[in-house]
Ligand binder design. Sequence first.
Ligand code: CMP
Length: 143
Amino acid sequence: MERTLVLVKPDGVQRGMVGEIISRLERRGIKLVALKMMLVDQALAHRHYGEHEGKPFFQGLVDFITSSPLVAMIWEADDVVEIVRGTMGQTNPKNAAPGTIRGDLGVNIGRNLVHGSDSPESAQREVALFFKEGEILDYNRNN
Ligand code: CMP
């Protein structure tokens, strides 16, 4: 069973969008298996966004993600990475389709509310960065 990491980033928390985002994901029929609110430190931000190191927006991205609490979650389902990416919409809200989280609610590329892993491989890496195995729970979901 595939897992993916989803972050409701500080803008989503500050704008009171946590429930809306979780609700949209729940309605896709995927399973929430871990959830916590946390403040991300510099070290975790650098590890999580390491692939963007050196890009012009990197420091702003790190400063933003460490500025205020976020909500981290793991969702589970067959093909969950693709399902979540479709539900979030394109990275830049201006290109995201209506009906997606970013298309309906996002402001700009730096304030796009959510992060979701971009492949099953990065999902495995990101899940392990944010959660210990004991924080991931198993139960039956009835769709
Ligand atoms: P996220 O899915 O969290 O992954 C990397 C983040 O970098 C992305 O969402 C955007 O918020 C941010 N990002 C990507 N490209 C740019 C850009 N050109 N300018 C500012 N922020 C960006």
